[in-house]
Ligand binder design. Sequence first.
Ligand code: T46
Length: 180
Amino acid sequence: MNILDTRFDDVKILEPQIFEDERGFFQENWHQNKFKKNIADVDFVQDNYSRSIKGTLRGLHFQQQQPQGKLIQVLAGKIFDVVVDVRSDSATYGQWFGATLSAENYRQLWVPAGFAHGFYVLSNTVDCLYKCTNFYHPESEVCIKWDDPELAIDWPLSQAPLLSDKDARGINFSSLFVAV
Ligand SMILES: Cc1cn([C@H]2C[C@H](O)[C@@H](COP(=O)(O)OP(=O)(O)O[C@H]3O[C@H](C)C(=O)[C@H](O)[C@H]3O)O2)c(=O)[nH]c1=O
């Protein structure tokens, strides 16, 4: 597996080893011992799987209590995946990083707890699978506006994003502490 650094010390792009032959391909998309040894000593407790149509933007979400680390992978299609540092004591608080994850590049993104997460769908549809280090805790979920002017995320929009009602009502980043 290749491990690529990002602007955040503990956010990593992973390139699993792909075993291709005349039948297709095989990959280990997660191995507990290798992940604990090489990436982060965490345990995953919940897998999520979402399908979205082109132009969907899901996020930016994080859980104030029971924060989740996430290992994100695209099984089909392509997304622009974004994380925002919401650790109030971080030198990179309020900064963002984006990466293109696709079934073609096999790339995964490891995002530890302390980051808001969201993605924009670039392909006609996308199937996204991700492992979480904590259970869903909707009571403490925070939704930050995808187009917050302070974050100024450079989404590769080809059209106005399709948002859930919840995401359309996201809060401003600047009100984060007030809100939570
Ligand atoms: C996240 C989640 C949702 N749900 C239920 C709640 C709703 O009835 C339905 C859709 O939930 P939501 O609109 O919050 O789904 P997304 O907009 O894809 O939310 C996710 O979006 C970004 C990309 C993330 O990183 C988070 O994993 C997650 O917040 O699934 C559950 O039952 N369990 C869960 O863990």
